[in-house]
Design a protein around this ligand. Sequence first.
Ligand SMILES: NC(=O)c1ccc[n+]([C@@H]2O[C@H](COP(=O)([O-])OP(=O)(O)OC[C@H]3O[C@@H](n4cnc5c(N)ncnc54)[C@H](OP(=O)(O)O)[C@@H]3O)[C@@H](O)[C@H]2O)c1
Length: 378
Amino acid sequence: MKIVVIGGTGLIGSKVVERLTQEGHEAVAASPRTGVNALTGEGLEQALSGAQAVVDVSNSPSFERAEVMEFFETSTRNLLAAEAAAGVGHHVALSVVGTERMPDNGYFAAKIAQERLIETSGIPYSLVHATQFFEFARAIADEATVDGEVHVAPVRFQPIAADDVADAVARAAVDAPLNGRVEVGGPDQYRMDEFFREALTAWGDRRQVVTDEEARYFGSVPGERTLVPGDGARLGRLGYRDWLARQPAAWQKALTVVQEVQPPFIPAGAHAMTVVVEHPPGSPGTPPHRHSGPAFGYVIEGEMRFELEGDPERVLRAGEAFWEPGGDVIHYQDGNARDDVPLRFTVTMLCEPDRPMLVLVEEEELARRRHLRAPRPS
Ligand SMILES: NC(=O)c1ccc[n+]([C@@H]2O[C@H](COP(=O)([O-])OP(=O)(O)OC[C@H]3O[C@@H](n4cnc5c(N)ncnc54)[C@H](OP(=O)(O)O)[C@@H]3O)[C@@H](O)[C@H]2O)c1
């Protein structure tokens, strides 16, 4: 079944897409990054075409009261209208446990508005209400910090792992619409101040946790049971200590794999050379050339027009990696695709010993091999 996940690139969304795909569904990650914007309506009609269900796990980039209200009201209206037009039969949305118990909170008020629009839309729906994610705990502590101390109320708190939330949302998406809500919370209930005291110690965070009856939670004072689910809630499997033990160390989180390839050959006795290349705005770059071994690059700044023999040219942006196999294949273009900003990239080349790192190709050979070049853009 085709299921469109609005916010499918986010923390919960990417996990929901992964689960639904594993179950054999056509799960589409829809977000501004993939060309679908629920706030402006851009790309919605096309994304929703043929979808049986829409899962909304998007989030507002700003938590400021007016902006968050504008985000959830406008995006939900746009989604529901597009779903009605496309004949989508199930709208699933993720909300927060206790929204209606703390309506003076700007974020909760926006989630209430989102829920009301869904409940009155006439489209079959399921609302999943989750407690705070373990992944969100540091943001809660930072928000609660006053003069270097973390002020937390001694109220009930039952946070949950994002993985367990994603399980519940994915399940709701394939089950029949509830036309109601299901609550999910973590397996353990804590007193919020005690949870944070223990958590900060585990994080190696030296801030003091102050038990404070008047402490605010994102601007509002929660009641004893505001944030915890009622009887009959579904409970996650992973407790906080086990979740924490599974988290990658700081050095592991510091690493992002940008490219993994298998070069066809590495010249015997190769030496490696890393260079930084800077092409000014509009520069056509290096003339067509070859390397004697594979080369691996990364765009630091600007946009590069990249073309290898046999492949259509494409534009690589800052943060993107590239590689070329070296040997016979001609590298046609590495020029600056923009005429207003410079291009800067690095390349690491594995060269044959005693050979230049780059050899330009003669005009006569270029003419002879013209048929090997991909069609030129019109
Ligand atoms: N944090 C908590 O403890 C908690 C607890 C209960 C419920 N929730 C709910 O969980 C939901 C998901 O939270 P999350 O932490 O997974 O969010 P997140 O990681 O911040 O991801 C937000 C997602 O929303 C997308 N998005 C932003 N603007 C959009 C737009 N105009 N149109 C379409 N998509 C847009 C983002 O797309 P890009 O990547 O393209 O920017 C991203 O995929 C939220 O609705 C929140 O209310 C959170």
